[in-house]
Write a protein that binds this ligand. Sequence first.
Ligand code: FEO
Ligand code: CA
Ligand code: CA
Ligand code: CA
Length: 598
Amino acid sequence: MKRREFLKGSSATLAYISFFGLSPLSAKEQNLLGFKAIPISTQDAVIVPDGYEVKPLISFGDVLFSDAMPFNEKKNINQATIANATRVFGDNNDGMSLFPLDNNRYILAVNNEYINPELIFADNGKNMDSHKVAYEQNSLGVSIFEIRQEKDGFRVVLDSPYNRRITAHTPMQISGVAKGHKSMQTQADKKGELVLGTLNNCANGQTPWGTYLTCEENFDGFFGASDADYKFTESQKRYGIGVKSNYGWELDPRFDISKNPNEPNRFGWIVEIDPYNPNSIPIKRTALGRFKHENIEIVLSREGYVVAYMGDDEANEFLYKFVSKEKFDSKNPQKNKNLLEDGVLYVARIQGENLSGEGEWIALSYGQNGLDSKNGFHSQADILINARLAASIVGATPMDRPEWIAADPKGEFIYATLTNNKKRAIPNGANPREKNMYGQIIRWRPNRKNHLSTKFKWDIFLLAGNPMQYPNDLRKGTSNITSENMFNSPDGLKFDKFGRLWIQSDGDYSNKGDYAGMGNNQMLCANPITGEVKRFLTAPIASEVTGIAFSQDYKTMFVGIQHPGEKLAPSHYPDGGDSTPRSTIVQITKKDGGVIGS
Ligand code: FEO
Ligand code: CA
Ligand code: CA
Ligand code: CA
């Protein structure tokens, strides 16, 4: 599709022109997507285009150490299996990053977001007990391990000194303004400086100074109250905490808020981990605010400040930006390690219509924009711990569930997935559909192309939709969505260095009704210049596609397949037969040895 055709057919036309002008496209820009698109699938398999190969790298329960017990279906949960869970790959892999060691060796850091009790326990998790809770607490968090490229692809290096599991019990420092605040103090940690563990590690980020960032998302699901009459605060309610947890963890007093009301305040942060030092203590970076963090995308401003874009994945929550107080200095690695300690957190207010417009970043700083004691904020720590409440006070724009954010290779445009929002009652410019079933991708460019600017222009890169079911209204999607490439609920999002935009879906996989013709979840690839979108991968039954990383030569792509067979759907991926389905990272190569997507 030529750029002009895309523009003509899309209601995003005006913003698109004002952003880019209409210079002729080079052949390279036109032919960025060199693979043959694949059809939808309802099969229990990972399918990639002709000329590509895919195979598993690691699945839930695979050993990281040679003395660990291999995956054992419906295992008997006892002290030995609980301890073993810290020596194997965790469940529900999500965001991940590669850290090079040399040409063919990397450290892979991977989030293990949560657990699927219906799959891992003989009773499908119906009767939770303290053993099962302890097993779950050891089965999530982060897995860090070495991988090495051999003739037939990458393999996990067992017993590498880098191999490490981070769980719901791993000690972590609290850093930044909220460190030591009274809302961060508990019986076990009277100073409010040291937390045990990380929870619901969704997607990720990677810093220019070589650390891994893991993002705590739906932490509320792990907390409950044994006291059914517990009076929830406004903040606890806003973060979704209720009497009953999703996982039965209130059996552990630390996760029972009637006993430990401040414990949830210690989750919902960005956590920084040094993967090169297996003994390093992870650090919770409170300067980046507390919400349901999806991922974090870092760019350096022209002057060298660290600018981090972040989304809060919940219906009608917000987009955020952080700007560091100090500058990145490539000559001073030691100093860079603390760049996320201090800075200014902003939230987005977005105006416009016809799928384009302008926006601004509003500082969440104590004493500004009504963030003071009149509105219940007594310090900057109060603001960071209760970032959602603060953002509402300054008039942030409620979004359709912000998921991943990705910067293009030049660091000029920032793209973000807004996955869907069935609770959307009042449409606005960037979220133009009531009861949004399909989701959209927004992009923005800061004014003066400077990420320190508090103003930006935006447009909608695509509205996902179903042009077959709803040809006559916005539910059909933008003109770059067709019967050939339709999908719902964009989630994972990342650019490769050549400018291809990879889009992963986490949506309704019923293939019926509003979602007919979309099949299983999938991964697509977009040309951001022309707007073209092609389907590259389809996922197994009842899984989502989430997590993406490339080898340095971009000839191997790692992709996460999360929760195949969730809710006891009929998947046996990846082992087949009658096996229990397992979340898996796959590696994809091109048979001719070329760059993925070329
Ligand atoms: Fe863990 Fe919003 O996805
Ligand atoms: Ca996600
Ligand atoms: Ca999602
Ligand atoms: Ca997920």
